[in-house]
Design a binder for this molecule. Structure first.
Ligand code: BG6
Length: 471
């Protein structure tokens, strides 16, 4: 489907000068503008606490684009984008001030505020008359646990209908994640083996080399389970494992995801390993431990690593373990899926080959490498039957020679277009909280790991007799 300009609408960025706005939203909107994918008519109103003139905001936005846009800043394209920008400070008439700029009947309101400010922001939007004709984008985290997520949903639904709400999970906007569906449902050969008779287990790793980047206070309240596992990891897992949807209509896709979430068995504390990094080497540098980071208490038990063994209780997946892992300050930055197939019967190759026998493995690399590779066995040339694992490789960059759009570009465009396909629905978010709830309520003790390693040793025990890929 080719992407088109969305209908005329204004855009309201609540929290429009924050980190997310500067690093992701403004550069994404700028690139959409350059690609002719912003509405023909409509302003972009940033709303935040500090007092600032429109010009000062435009300078802030320009610096943000220059620093973070994937295409850099094109001076000749800037004036057209800058002409859309407006700024309203909370002290400057509040949302009524925003309303004055929004002349069009439709608008997209992006709430990039802490969860504690969601409820009041929504009530104020309502009071200012900004709700009719609006689509609301809410950023993760959707709450802190099951109870707070439900309260948040109540606050949203007191004012907005579900069709007006877009819960963003930027992993779903990544090109390589979207390709999971095309790979599965466009290639019958793989879909046939995408089930428990053929698959031994599936692993999904989201490994980062960065630490908490000065977000000590936020991270201390959050931890890896809430920050990545409950949302990014489970959302991607649902795409990897859901049944084929009846069509690619947004609700057909979201219905299948919801069924899959229902079949996820809630995690028990013994299925989870929590880790926390201590001083070590990351990216060639000596880095402090988590407890030494600013804003983190010296006795913190917040996890910066989580590994889990999860089961999906349905016909396709019964008995297949899903090993999920995420962490900060790990050995290498990589987000990847390893689908490990059942082994061939060993005796078939005779004694000498046994130690080389490796199962077929399909590797879906999501970032920073964007590739798919399949590992299979080949005979080493020679008189003896000796085998060696080899790989077939597909690399996005080499195959298509184009840089994919950023996740936020895709998602902002879809939200302006009213397309819910890549957004999390209330029922799935609720179930995802139920899945992690037992661990949040009775968290296992944290195990320490050196920064720059692959996490605590206990995570290896969790997958035994299997091994993590990568390790
Ligand atoms: C965010 C988390 O949702 O995702 C961050 O809050 C994390 O802690 C980030 O670093 C990772 O996103 P990406 O796209 O760089 O993998």
């Amino acid at each position: 489907m080719t992407r088109q300009r969305p209908v005329d609408q204004d855009l309201v960025l609540v929290g429009g000068t924050g980190d997310l706005a500067r690093r992701k939203l403004l550069p994404a909107l700028y690139n959409l503008g350059c690609g002719g994918l912003l509405p023909e008519r409509g302003v972009i109103v940033a709303y935040a606490r500090s007092a600032m003139s429109d010009d000062a905001f435009a300078s802030l936005a320009k610096a943000a684009v220059a620093e973070h846009s994937r295409t850099g800043l094109d001076e000749s394209a800037w004036p057209a984008f800058a002409a859309r920008l407006r700024y309203v400070a909370a002290s400057d008439g509040g949302y009524a001030g925003v309303r004055e700029h929004c002349a069009l009947p439709e608008r997209l309101v992006y709430l990039s505020v802490p969860p504690s400010a969601f409820g009041s922001s929504i009530r104020e939007l309502d009071r200012a008359g900004l709700v009719p004709g609006a689509r609301l984008v809410v950023e993760k985290p959707f709450g802190h646990d099951l109870g707070s997520s439900r309260r948040l949903e109540e606050a949203i639904h007191a004012v907005f209908g579900e069709q007006q709400v877009f819960r963003i999970d930027h992993y779903l906007g990544k090109e390589t994640v979207q390709n999971v569906l095309v790979f599965r449902f466009g290639n019958a050969v793989f879909e046939r083996v995408w089930q428990r008779d053929a698959i031994d287990h599936i692993q999904f790793t989201v490994a980062e080399t960065i630490g908490i980047e000065g977000r000590g206070a936020f991270y201390e309240e959050t931890g890896a389970i809430r920050d990545i596992l409950q949302n990014h990891v489970l959302q991607v897992l649902s795409l990897l494992t859901m049944e084929p949807p009846a069509s690619f209509h947004p609700e057909a896709v979201r219905d299948e995801k919801a069924k899959l979430f229902q079949a996820m068995r809630p995690l028990l504390p013994e299925d989870v390993v929590r880790g926390q990094y201590v001083r070590g080497m990351a990216d060639g540098e000596d880095v402090p431990g988590y407890r030494e980071e600013p804003g983190v208490p010296s006795d913190s038990t917040t996890e910066t690593f989580a590994a889990a063994r999860l089961f999906i209780d349905n016909w396709r997946w019964a008995g297949v373990p899903f090993y999920l892992r995420t962490g900060k300050r790990l050995a290498r930055r990589t987000t990847e899926v390893a689908v490990v197939f059942r082994e061939a019967p060993v005796a078939y190759f005779g004694g000498t080959a046994v130690d080389r026998l490796k199962p077929n493995m399909l590797n879906l690399s999501i970032q920073p490498e964007e590739r798919i590779s399949f590992q299979f066995l080949a005979k080493i040339p020679g008189a003896d039957v000796r085998v060696e694992p080899v790989r077939m490789d597909f690399c996005y960059d080499e195959a298509f020679r184009m840089e994919p759009a950023e996740a936020y570009e895709r998602l902002l465009h879809d939200a302006m277009d009213g397309d819910h396909t890549l957004f999390a629905r209330e029922d799935s978010v609720d179930r995802a909280w139920q899945v992690v709830a037992p661990v949040l309520e009775a968290p296992p003790d944290v195990c320490f790991y050196a920064a720059g390693s692959w996490g605590p040793r206990a995570a290896n025990d969790l997958v035994q007799p299997r091994l993590w890929h990568p390790r």
